[in-house]
Every structure is written in structure tokens, then in C-alpha cells.
Ligand binder design. Structure first.
Ligand code: SF4
Length: 367
């Protein structure tokens, strides 16, 4: 490659889990969890122009060198190498996702990458768009024409105030709440209802009711919600913020499942004065028993089941799963049952805090 910059569209990053699935990195995950979505991330020498307070890619981040994104290492590869692996292992994944970062060439380069992927695979392709660099509905039409079938919009924060503080003016960032929601509407218009998902992170300072309200808003617009549990990124502005308690996360997971699957709406749920979920308007017990609400929520494969399972994107190996990347076993259901307490206590400074984690930094994620 000589002096040519190792940047998109000829280079991309991929999650460590996906790199293992491609055979590009050695290792396996705790309980043999396998990534079923090949997540690809655009990369540029200048990095991401945004400065989101919780993100490992933001320009405000203190740590130098290869950065992490949603907490895990993202190694960089020539796109051609990834295409070659896909030719050799056509059935290793059930979906591919191309994630933009905030860069003026992101839309153009995403289209180029999708067209290269389309030459070697018929796997369904999602795009996690950055609305700030999209050009209205026209941008979504271009992605659809290139071969994408689902869109993700990483709204991430549950309220406009939090969004502004963590992604917008509060961090001198370029993102705007209204622009993100306009993108959700444009994406639904172009791709259709049920083919657009918002990303929502629990634990950025919102209440459970804030989460439910925003998930209900997405549902009313024809989108679904893909849920993440906040995990502090070293060097980011929120590096010292603890994770939300697992009990809190379980309550929000249940609400998401009920809303996205049409079992309940925000107006039927009850909350205490602190915005904690007290009841759902339906009996959650059969859903607890199924384990489904606690599995990773993400874009589906051709069979309609979640394909984007993101193993260990929100937790460390050996710690309780926040998002189960596979169907929970009977003993997992018992664990979940002890954690799922509508109306129960929820402390945010629980034992999951990285600062109290004696194993921090002693082993990689791909073991
Ligand atoms: S849920 Fe997964 S596949 Fe879908 S947009 Fe988000 S990261 Fe991509």
C-alpha cells in the first residue's frame, strides 16, 4: 500500500469478536459465544470529528493509539482481506453491519464498501448511520440502492437534554437531537417500518421512564430499539461513571421487549417518583421464563431472529451478561429471575463498577 493512508474505503476496522469469526484473530469467547454479525467500522487518519462524552472514538478522548469503540478492541484490516475471508467462509455470519463515524466522506465510502461486499456475499447488510453527515432522504435512498436492507441510528441518549450535554453543545460536538430523529423518520420512509432501529444506552444519567418514553416514541415512528448497557471507556469523559445496576438494566430490557413486540405501551406502564418501573401493564412472568427480553436486541438475519448479537460489547467475560448473545440456559433464567425486580432497589454504583474490578486489564476479551 506504500504511503497510501490506511483508511476507508480500502481499510476498515472490525470488532474483535467478528475478527475471531473471520479467522483473522485467534481466541474464543467465554461460553463459546460467537458473533453472528460482521461489524465493520469506517476508519480515517483524522478519526471521528465528534466528541461524544462516553465514546472511545471521540476527539476528546485522552488515550492515544488504536482506540476502542463500545468498549472492545477494533483491529484494522484491508477491506480486500475481509472480502477474501468472506469468500472462504460464506456462512460464518448472518448479517453484516457497516458503521459510519463522523467524517465528510462517510456516506460515499459506506456505499463503496457495500458495493464491494455485494460482489462476494448475499448476506443482509445494515448501516449504522451518522445523521450529521447524511444528506436527508437522498442519503438513505443511496444506501438502499447500494444493497443495504436495515438502518441503525445511534440516538444513544434518552432525552434531548442528555443528548445535548453528552453529544452536542455540552461537549462542543456537532450532533443535534432533532437531526437524529429526523434521520429516524427519513430512514423509516425509505427502508420501511420495522427496518430501522435506534440505539439506546442505559446508564447515561436518564431515568427508566425516560428510556421507556423514547422507546415508545421509536415504536410509534415505525422503528425498534437496540439496547446497550453503559460501560465506561478508559480515557473518555465518562471514564469514571459506574455502570447502571443490572437490576435497572433488566427492567428496561423487559420494557423494550414488550414495546417492540407490541405487548405494551408507555401509557400502560407505571413508574415511581424516581422514574423507576413499577409495572408493565401485562404480566412479565411468561416473558421472563422465555429469556428472550434479556438477549441482545439488534438487526435480524433472514430468519427474523436477531443476528447482531454483539458478544461482550457491554460486559467483561466472567461477569453477568447484560445482553445474552445466545438463548439463556435454564440456570441463566434463574440468575435473571434474581436480577429482575420491577419496583425494586437500583443502585448505580453497584459491584459492576470497573474501578472495583480486580481483573481490569489482566485479560483480553477474546479468550
Ligand atoms: S443493531 Fe447491530 S447490525 Fe443493527 S445497526 Fe446496530 S450495530 Fe448494526
Amino acid at each position: 500500500m506504500g504511503n497510501i493512508a490506511r483508511e476507508s474505503p480500502l481499510w476498515v476496522k472490525t470488532s474483535l469478536a467478528a475478527a475471531i469469526g473471520l479467522g483473522l484473530e485467534p481466541g474464543r469467547f467465554y461460553r463459546n459465544a460467537e458473533a453472528t454479525c460482521l461489524n465493520l467500522l469506517l476508519c480515517y487518519e483524522k478519526g471521528c470529528a465528534a466528541s461524544c462524552a462516553y465514546c472511545g472514538l471521540g476527539r476528546n478522548r485522552a488515550a492515544a493509539g488504536e482506540k476502542t469503540f463500545i468498549r472492545v478492541k477494533w483491529p484494522r484490516y484491508a477491506l480486500e482481506e475481509i472480502l477474501q475471508k468472506l469468500r472462504e467462509r460464506p456462512r460464518s455470519f448472518r448479517r453484516i453491519c457497516v458503521s459510519m463515524i463522523t467524517h465528510p466522506a462517510a456516506l460515499k465510502d459506506t456505499v463503496t464498501i457495500i458495493s464491494f461486499l455485494r460482489r462476494v456475499t448475499d448476506l443482509p447488510i445494515s448501516v449504522l448511520v451518522t445523521p450529521t453527515v447524511m444528506r436527508g432522504s437522498g442519503g438513505f435512498l443511496t444506501l438502499l440502492a447500494a444493497g443495504a436492507d436495515h438502518v441503525g441510528v445511534a440516538v444513544d441518549a434518552a432525552t434531548d437534554t442528555l443528548f445535548d450535554a453528552l453529544r452536542g453543545k455540552g461537549v462542543k460536538g456537532p450532533h443535534r437531537w432533532e437531526r437524529y430523529w429526523r434521520a429516524v423518520a427519513e430512514a423509516v420512509e425509505v427502508f420501511g417500518r420495522g427496518r430501522v432501529g435506534i440505539h439506546l444506552i442505559v446508564g447515561l444519567g436518564e431515568t427508566e421512564e425516560d428510556c421507556v418514553r423514547v422507546m415508545d416514541r421509536a415504536r410509534a415512528m415505525g422503528a425498534v430499539t437496540h439496547l446497550f448497557s453503559f460501560y465506561p471507556e478508559a480515557g473518555s469523559l465518562l471514564a469514571d461513571r459506574p455502570q447502571p445496576s443490572v437490576e435497572r438494566y433488566r427492567r428496561v430490557q423487559m420494557a423494550r421487549y414488550l414495546i417492540d413486540n407490541g405487548h405494551a405501551r408507555y401509557g400502560e406502564m407505571r413508574f415511581d417518583d424516581g422514574g423507576r418501573i413499577l409495572s408493565y401493564g401485562v404480566d412479565p412472568e411468561p416473558f421472563v421464563r422465555s429469556g428472550e427480553p434479556f438477549m441482545t436486541s439488534g438487526c435480524p438475519g433472514r430468519d427474523g431472529r436477531v443476528a447482531c448479537n454483539r458478544p461482550f460489547a457491554n460486559e467483561r467475560a466472567g461477569r453477568p451478561f447484560r445482553n445474552y448473545p445466545f438463548a439463556p440456559e435454564p440456570e441463566d433464567i434463574e440468575t435473571i429471575r434474581s436480577q429482575f425486580k420491577p419496583g425494586g432497589e437500583s443502585r448505580d454504583d453497584d459491584e459492576e463498577s470497573e474501578k472495583k474490578d480486580p481483573l481490569r486489564g489482566t485479560f483480553g476479551e477474546g479468550l
